[in-house]
Design a binder for this molecule. Structure first.
Ligand code: BGC
Length: 274
């Protein structure tokens, strides 16, 4: 495993992390990296039990601690039950990685209300419900200075599309734009209580959500036109950033959105135009 264990810095050992949507893709990568770094990990899933179990097995097989918990992040009752089960198992929650997200793509004029509501419900309302539950648990538990300088850490997995408009995906872009100002607003509100809040904004990462964009050489070549660094990212690229943001190594980083995108947000179309 690849986590960096710099003494006193990039450490999450003994802390408990809930990673929503971690049965596959970026969430699975983050869960594994946090587990390898010594955190107790709750592998949340909505439907993919086998995927979640495989992530749990990988963490426990490497000597870590993890459990799978089924919860729909868009259900207040499910989120409450997930936090309760986590506290029952591990005593508290120190880190929330709000990662669960979906795309339901359609041309705008054809987009159904159900496609709109599903994406806003999971990507934005889910972030609200999980972050609120996490903040409540941090406040209930109180400071544990030997574990972290923060009362708790909240990390949203957003997207470059929190700022880059995306035709054909307006529900998704609207949800991620919402996550950005939601993150910054709660960072402003919760900072005085030492709750540290940030986002990671991934670019194109090889996961099931965008498989069609990278799984043939032709598709990948087209995608790379949008990536100045000329490689498509892997979940571990995001996972390493998440471990850093969850640890005291980033203790003065608060209310920011960290682009991990190989330069996708640099307006690559202007490299030879404009
Ligand atoms: C989307 C992917 C897309 C990437 C870059 C992500 O947020 O989920 O489908 O490839 O942004 O456009």
């Amino acid at each position: 495993m690849t986590a960096d264990h710099t003494p006193g810095q990039n450490r999450v050992a003994g802390q408990t992390a809930i990673v929503t949507g971690s049965s596959s893709g970026i969430g699975a990568g983050i869960a594994k990296e946090l587990g390898a770094a010594g955190a107790n990990v709750v592998v949340n899933y909505a439907g993919n039990r086998d995927g979640a179990d495989a992530v749990v097995r990988q963490i426990t097989g490497g000597g870590g601690s993890a459990i799978a918990i089924k919860a729909d992040v868009n259900s207040e009752a499910d989120v409450t039950a997930m936090f309760r089960a986590t506290v029952h198992e591990y005593g508290t929650v120190d880190i929330l990685v709000s990662n669960a997200g979906v795309q339901k793509d359609a041309a705008f004029v054809d987009m159904t209300l159900d496609q709109w509501n599903r994406v806003i419900g999971i990507n934005l309302t889910g972030a609200f419900l999980c972050a609120r539950a996490a903040a409540r648990e941090f406040l209930r538990r109180g400071m544990v200075p030997e574990r972290s300088r923060a009362l708790g850490k909240i990390i949203f997995i957003s997207s470059v599309h929190e700022t880059i408009p995306w035709a054909g995906h307006v529900n998704y872009a609207a949800s991620k734009g919402g996550v950005m100002l939601f993150m910054k607003s709660i960072a402003q509100e919760l900072g005085p209580q030492k709750i540290r809040v940030n986002s990671i904004a991934p670019g194109a990462i090889k996961t099931p959500i965008n498989r069609a964009a990278w799984d043939t050489p032709g598709a990948e070549a087209k995608l790379l036109n949008l990536v100045p660094y000329k490689r498509v990212g892997e979940p571990v690229d995001i996972a390493r950033a998440a471990v850093w943001l969850a640890s005291d190594a980033s203790d003065y980083v608060h209310g920011t959105s960290l682009l991990v995108d190989g330069g996708m947000a640099l307006y690559p179309g202007f490299a030879d135009g404009g």
